[in-house]
Design a protein around this ligand. Sequence first.
Ligand SMILES: CC(C)(COP(=O)(O)OP(=O)(O)OC[C@H]1O[C@@H](n2cnc3c(N)ncnc32)[C@H](O)[C@@H]1OP(=O)(O)O)[C@@H](O)C(=O)NCCC(=O)NCCS
Length: 189
Amino acid sequence: MTTPPAKVELLTARMVLRPVGLDDLDDFHRIVTSPGVHEGTLTFPQEPDEEWSRARLERVMERVDRQECFFVHAHLRDAPAAGAIANLSLDIVGAHARGHLGYMVDQRHRGQGYATEMLTAVVKHAFDGLGLHRVCANTWTWNDASSKLLARVGFAREGRSRQHYLKDDEYIDADDWGMLASDPRPWKD
Ligand SMILES: CC(C)(COP(=O)(O)OP(=O)(O)OC[C@H]1O[C@@H](n2cnc3c(N)ncnc32)[C@H](O)[C@@H]1OP(=O)(O)O)[C@@H](O)C(=O)NCCC(=O)NCCS
């Protein structure tokens, strides 16, 4: 039996991107409690406890089982004992062949190109493996690390949704980013 495309493992130059299971709860909790995750995302609390992380991971895994999400942990190939250093989710809207990205890197591993490498591999898989037509993402307007990352991988900033989200009792603007399967891929050979 072949592996469903939502559960395949991807290999990059420095990492293995592995579908996540409940055994990965400790890594998941460590990453989601990393500084800056609450600030950069919508639904991750300031200080998630283990129960919150477990419930979140279980919900994501149910969505993976229904083929509504591709969700991986990134492990360093030359330091497997270090555990996962990043995670990435791609929520899939099958009716429109569209995926929506979310990602975070453990603070100790930021600024070394890991998110760039992880997104590049997943976007390629989204188009060529999952057969998606469009991949999109939202960033807060102040999140330069994430905006530069998306631009580097080949996303276009398509607009700004003003006061689109209510977060921590404040309405905040979000930038809308998108990439089509037919768009130029800066990383393609
Ligand atoms: C946004 C986030 C995922 C970026 O992760 P990251 O791993 O630091 O990103 P990268 O390392 O790929 O890119 C960051 C910098 O490292 C540089 N870099 C260093 N070594 C590199 C390499 N070998 N290859 C590519 N880039 C490299 C990049 O050029 C980039 O610099 P620049 O953006 O100033 O040009 C991370 O800051 C994070 O987890 N933030 C908290 C959660 C969050 O905000 N998520 C996004 C929600 S929209």
